[in-house]
Design a protein around this ligand. Structure first.
Ligand code: SF4
Length: 137
């Protein structure tokens, strides 16, 4: 089973109440090949919510609130679901502080990218699950 970021499957769960819909990923969900998960909503965060980025290992929202504990909670719950369904691969939303893989925003809220993984991506990789983004499917 494949885990996909819920926002890639058309769910309006991004910080600004939008999705980043990829038709191929919706098709994977509809045909039972993938399950959509949003770690940030699993943490109980609302939509819309202030944008957040990683800064030196912490997750800070644009208004300066440290939300590391929330994002870690949601990512941990999402990992538990992934392990329950014997997930071997995940296709996650690029550049997100939670779902990004390989690159994430640099913490200045200026659109600049740096090398790094989102919190959920890190947990998946630590548990032997392959992660890629919508840009490589
Ligand atoms: Fe999409 Fe992941 Fe952000 Fe949820 S946490 S909105 S699934 S990128």
């Amino acid at each position: 089973m494949i885990v996909v970021s819920a926002c890639l499957a058309g769910v309006e769960c991004r910080y600004n109440n939008t999705s980043h819909t990829i038709p191929k990923i919706i098709e994977m969900v509809k045909t039972g090949k993938a399950i959509p998960i949003c770690p940030e909503l699993l943490a109980g965060l609302p939509t819309p919510r202030p944008p957040a980025e990683q800064q030196k290992g912490s997750i800070l929202s644009e208004n300066g609130t440290d939300q590391t504990a929330d994002y870690l909670l949601g990512s941990t719950i999402a990992l538990k679901i992934a392990l329950l369904i014997h997930c071997k691969k995940a296709i996650l939303k690029s550049n997100s502080p939670t779902c990004g893989c390989g690159t994430i925003y640099d913490g200045t809220f200026s659109g600049r990218l740096i090398t790094g993984d989102g919190l959920f991506t890190k947990l998946l990789k630590e548990n032997g699950i392959e992660v890629c983004t919508e840009k490589t499917v």
